[in-house]
Write a protein that binds this ligand. Sequence first.
Ligand SMILES: [Zn+2]
Ligand SMILES: [Zn+2]
Length: 172
Amino acid sequence: MPETENTLTCAFHPNRETTLRCNRCNRPICIKCATHTPTGYRCPECIRSQQKVFITTKWYDQVIAALITGAVAFAGSLLTGLVGFYTIFIALGAGYLAVLATKKAISNRRSPLLKIVMSTSALLASIFPAFIYYYRVYWLSGIGLAWGWYDMAWRLAYGVIVTANVYYQLRK
Ligand SMILES: [Zn+2]
Ligand SMILES: [Zn+2]
């Protein structure tokens, strides 16, 4: 720019003046191109390359992740119920183990979708057995339904805690 050194023009729109710079590559960018991130403004190219780094999973990783997370969540659900309060510890342990085992199996690859896949799998694998168990043990046999709901409440709590735990571990 001829007049002053301080006048910048957007790297993507040569006719737009701006005072912003991308805080990663330092390119001048106009307000339309800038994306506000927790660490500052980023240009479209830096945002794109950043997203590429985050998505490293192969398609089959999602399947493996769903199976392993589901299997661990399901195994944990078999231990819950009448153990009452200890359900919380089983849920925390199962959630931790599910994420650990899955990450190992897919070599730590990651993507935003993986978080959804694993959380959904944990939820289904832990809540579904609770209903089947309730139906078979309390509903069909006619054992006191009130007692059944105490058992059921812990089983549902297990599902919620294990799912939240998996989600929390993958939040980044
Ligand atoms: Zn940039
Ligand atoms: Zn621009």
